[in-house]
Write a protein that binds this ligand. Structure first.
Ligand SMILES: Nc1ncnc2c1ncn2[C@@H]1O[C@H](COP(=O)(O)OP(=O)(O)OP(=O)(O)O)[C@@H](O)[C@H]1O
Ligand SMILES: [Mg+2]
Length: 503
């Protein structure tokens, strides 16, 4: 597949069998989503063929492929945003009934599938209101309504926490056992290693390795290009810890604690720049935060940790002004800014990188960066920051941001935020969609940024990585902060906070 001068997929051949989970992994921009688009017919390959059940489908329309039994989910969610969870799933059933004679009872089938994928408790919520991890399951549910023979899943676990991911892996194994062929693109290496029978590794549009999870994990080429071998607390360790089976062990959950970055410099004693005092907030009649107090000192990195559903993203949304407080106070640099709009908070230096979507898809890379100059930073400086940290962006400066790979878009979102010269950075799941090696690098960038005096509040599923750079960790359970301390003081609570959720 060629895009102008860029060869995104370079003579790739592989197979995915029925009743089997086949993994497709590789760095950001390797060509994984492009392959999905070729298989589903959203892109016509420049060269080569796609076969399904032995017959060529290379030029067949996407809807015909769906009718043949190819279902998919999208890396950047493509749900019907004005519909409820139930209706998103039902839509696919209605369509299926128009394709086939053997009609299904759409209502009953939607109920069955919602229970199967564990979203029945959200059935009547609008999909924009539910957490990303759950929205990904709804996409899976919609695909399942068509009873596909082959399921293509593009980063289905991103946004799901460890417990949810574990359940999700078990669900995929059950679907495969019932005969569905699954092609899995996922940066959560532990999931891929645990559920896939066979894995293909892509880099720069080529397959650089293939084999069983054990073979791929031991392959030096893969370590080098994708997993990274330098950082013992990251992907390599997770991969090494999970030998087989999906069960997440206690040692795997055990957080790798670094030395405090600078113990002589007691960051927690500094003046707080961002402060939440007894904050209450929620959605409609549902209260999610039940009196949260938290301080982010000047130049400190505070990691907000805990299982999903605890209110971490809501806390960040409150700080950015996106969810109103129903009680308590929000202060920035000592000033009470409760109830002000997101743009007022932005003017006070609060910068959000929202989960997943932080860019203008119809603008080019350099136009997106220009959007960061509203605070007065010259474009040249914004571009310098971006292109020196992420050389990939320099190569793509004229490309429409929406056509870049998921990880490339995340790099752009980060660059644009840094360009606004923020006082407070709110980071929600920075690792989402990023290859393990890049996640490690990106958190190095976060640490450097905090050393320049920026206060950072970060929510992250990969606790090990973020604790390596955090000054303070706070554990959040069911809408309350249960513990705050230095990462090395919290080791035990962190394990039990996550483990508690699994039992
Ligand atoms: N329409 C397009 N025009 C130009 N370049 C494109 C287009 N679509 C994709 N690309 C480029 O092709 C490469 C492969 O993109 P793809 O989305 O397949 O990557 P990926 O492996 O899914 O990465 P990620 O893990 O970050 O999602 C990227 O460098 C991307 O910028
Ligand atoms: Mg992708």
């Amino acid at each position: 597949m060629r895009f102008g001068g860029h060869l995104a997929v370079d003579a790739v051949s592989f197979e995915a069998g029925p009743g089997t989970i086949t993994g497709l992994i590789g760095p950001n921009g390797a060509g994984k989503t492009t392959l999905f688009n070729i298989i589903t017919g959203l892109l016509e390959p420049t060269k080569g063929q796609v076969f399904f059940g032995g017959r060529t489908i290379t030029r067949m329309k996407p809807f015909k492929r769906a009718r043949l039994g190819i279902g998919r989910t999208f890396q950047r969610l493509e749900l019907f945003t004005s519909l409820s969870v139930r209706d998103n799933i039902r839509v696919a059933g209605e369509i299926r009934n128009r394709w086939h004679k053997g009609r299904i009872d759409v209502h009953a089938e939607a109920d069955r599938i919602m229970e199967l994928i564990g979203v029945d408790h959200l059935a009547d919520r609008e999909v924009t209101e539910i957490p990303t991890g759950m929205a990904r399951r709804v996409e899976l549910g919609r695909a399942l309504m068509t009873h596909p023979k082959l399921l293509l899943l593009d980063e289905p676990a991103s946004g799901q926490d460890e417990t949810e991911t574990q359940e999700f892996g078990e669900l995929l194994q059950r679907l495969a056992a019932e005969g569905t062929g699954i092609l899995l693109v996922e940066h959560d290496v532990s999931l891929v290693m645990a559920v896939c029978e066979y894995i293909h590794v892509l880099d720069f549009g080529q397959i650089i390795a293939a084999g069983t999870p054990a073979e791929v994990r031991a392959n030096p080429v893969v370590l080098d290009a994708y997993l990274g071998s330098g950082a013992p607390d990251d992907a390599t360790a997770i991969a090494a810890a999970l030998d087989a089976g999906i069960v997440v062990s206690e040692t795997d959950l055990h957080v790798h604690i670094h030395e405090p970055r600078d113990s002589s410099d007691a960051v927690e004693l500094r003046e707080p720049l961002l402060e939440l005092v007894d904050v209450r907030a929620g959605y409609g009649s549902i209260e999610v935060l039940h009196g949260v107090s938290l301080a982010v000192p000047q130049g400190a990195v505070v990691a907000l940790l805990g299982p999903n559903g605890g209110g971490k993203s809501t806390t960040l949304k409150v700080c950015g002004g996106f969810v109103p407080l129903t009680g308590g106070e929000l202060r920035i640099a000592g000033r009470v800014l409760t109830g002000v709009s997101p743009d007022t908070l932005a003017r006070h230096g609060v910068c959000t990188i929202p989960e997943g979507k932080g860019i203008f898809p119809n603008l080019t890379v350099s136009e997106n960066l220009r959007m960061a100059t509203y605070t007065g930073t010259p474009l040249k400086d914004v571009e310098d920051i971006a292109y020196s940290r992420f050389p990939r962006l320099a190569e793509r400066r004229g490309q429409l941001a929406g056509t870049m790979s998921g990880g490339e878009q995340q790099m752009l979102a980060m660059s644009r935020a840094l360009g606004t010269d923020p006082a407070v950075l709110l980071l929600d799941e920075l690792s989402m969609g990023l290859a393990p090696l890049i996640v490690t690098e990106l958190y190095e960038v976060v640490a450097q940024v905090s050393e320049l005096g920026v206060s950072i509040l970060v929510v992250e599923q990969f606790a090990r990585t973020v604790l390596g750079i955090a000054d303070i960790a706070a554990i959040m359970l069911s809408g309350r902060i249960t513990r705050v301390g230095r990462p090395d003081e919290l080791e035990e609570e962190l394990s039990s906070a996550y483990l508690g959720a699994t039992t």
